[in-house]
Ligand binder design. Structure first.
Ligand code: FAD
Length: 156
């Protein structure tokens, strides 16, 4: 069966996934790019070097953010949300880095993994930390079998 996720289930998907896709649009061009993120209090936090997506989001901060969890073709959950890109500085940026490091730590697999990076580099001139406060969110799921029961992944 196909259905809509309840608000609490939408929050669960956003909290338990770690890779999302930012959709941005500027100068008549649309760009969808995968990023890792941490989700706190209705906002997505991310860390990035400067490049096309930052250029585009500076020009037009209105973005779409998508996350999904797929078990198989007939068992999945997906969330689509909209919000505004904001660059963070000072204490807000440091707090965002803590969120990101806490979120990535369980996924670190090597010395070069992000979670082992230091906050000084993360906040250097070549990199920036951002927030996307999600305003509107929608969720859909497909669940095979009888009574619908979502198998949502536990938080890492
Ligand atoms: C699972 C996953 C997690 C990631 N997490 C992060 C993250 O947290 N932070 C982060 O900054 N980056 C992350 N990346 C890399 C990210 O997708 C971009 O490649 C990177 O951020 C550079 O984006 P940019 O717009 O600055 O590209 P630029 O360096 O400006 O390059 C733009 C050009 O490269 C192409 N390009 C850029 N990225 C990709 C891509 N992923 N696949 C194919 N073509 C591409 C574009 O089409 C465009 O032509 C992640 C990638 C994956 C797959």
């Amino acid at each position: 069966m196909l259905g809509k996720l309840e608000p609490a289930q939408i929050e669960h998907v956003l909290q338990t996934e770690v890779v999302g896709r930012i959709g941005c649009h500027a100068d008549g061009r649309t760009y969808v790019v995968p990023v890792t993120y941490a989700y706190r209090d209705g906002a997505v936090y991310g860390h990035t070097g400067k490049g096309l997506k930052v250029e585009m989001m500076r020009q037009n901060p209105h973005v779409c953010f998508e996350v999904d969890h797929m078990v198989d073709m007939t068992n999945w959950q997906s969330v689509i949300a909209w919000g505004d890109f904001e660059e963070l500085h000072g204490q807000e940026a440091e707090r965002a880095m803590v969120y990101l490091m806490e979120r990535m730590a369980p996924l670190a697999t090597s010395e070069t993994a992000f979670a082992h990076g230091d906050a000084a580099h993360a906040l250097s001139a070549e990199a920036l930390v951002y927030r996307i406060r999600l305003a509107d969110k929608t969720g859909r799921f497909e669940e095979r079998g009888g009574k619908p029961k979502l198998h949502l992944a536990p938080a890492l």
